[in-house]
Design a protein around this ligand. Sequence first.
Ligand SMILES: CC(C)(COP(=O)(O)OP(=O)(O)OC[C@H]1O[C@@H](n2cnc3c(N)ncnc32)[C@H](O)[C@@H]1OP(=O)(O)O)[C@@H](O)C(=O)NCCC(=O)NCCS
Length: 192
Amino acid sequence: MVAIVLGSNLTPDLRADPKLSRLVTDGRGSLAFIIGNSACRQRLLGSSIHWDRVLLAFEDGQPVGYAAFKHHLRGPFALRSLPFIREFGWLNGRLRFAAFCLSEWREWRYPFLLYGLRVSKSARNHGIATALLQACSERATAHNFKCVYLEVPLGNDRARHLYLQNGFSLLRRRWVPWPPVRSMRRCVESAS
Ligand SMILES: CC(C)(COP(=O)(O)OP(=O)(O)OC[C@H]1O[C@@H](n2cnc3c(N)ncnc32)[C@H](O)[C@@H]1OP(=O)(O)O)[C@@H](O)C(=O)NCCC(=O)NCCS
């Protein structure tokens, strides 16, 4: 049995479970050269999660996946330099924090962005990502957005296939080849 819940609707006790922050901060592996491995990402970002920008999937009561989204200049992570400085030192920490901010600001051009999507290996092929994508589209509709945008890494054929199956289409190739991603878009029903 799968349940999809908006993070901000969970009780503070449930949100404090480190399993949840580990799950949510495990994404963004492509930025490992800036924000480190998954343990490091949890230390940097785990206490800065905007839970109203995270949908969590629970299977039989266990957290097994998440979808994070960004709109109105607010994504799943608050930008706080202190954890970077603590982790990497004053100079290296500031440089990495600035690089992370740049990668975040690059995405502000999307009105409603699917920022991240991940399902634990043991729970894949149960339809959980499909349910998270549906719930994410419902959030966009509820906030009167017309489209959900996302970026899929060039080599991630499984994710691209999933998105195509779920009504996303590929947008035009960009002139700038970095980062190596393709943008996709799905139009959603408007609430009004
Ligand atoms: C990509 C990813 C999110 C897919 O998650 P998932 O939960 O396995 O995806 P789904 O189960 O919804 O869909 C995958 C397949 O299961 C099938 N499926 C859907 N509902 C199902 C159900 N109830 N029972 C069994 N299979 C089902 C889908 O049809 C799909 O099959 P297909 O490959 O023939 O199209 C997951 O592999 C992942 O976390 N990968 C690593 C992170 C990542 O790449 N994220 C995307 C970044 S852009």
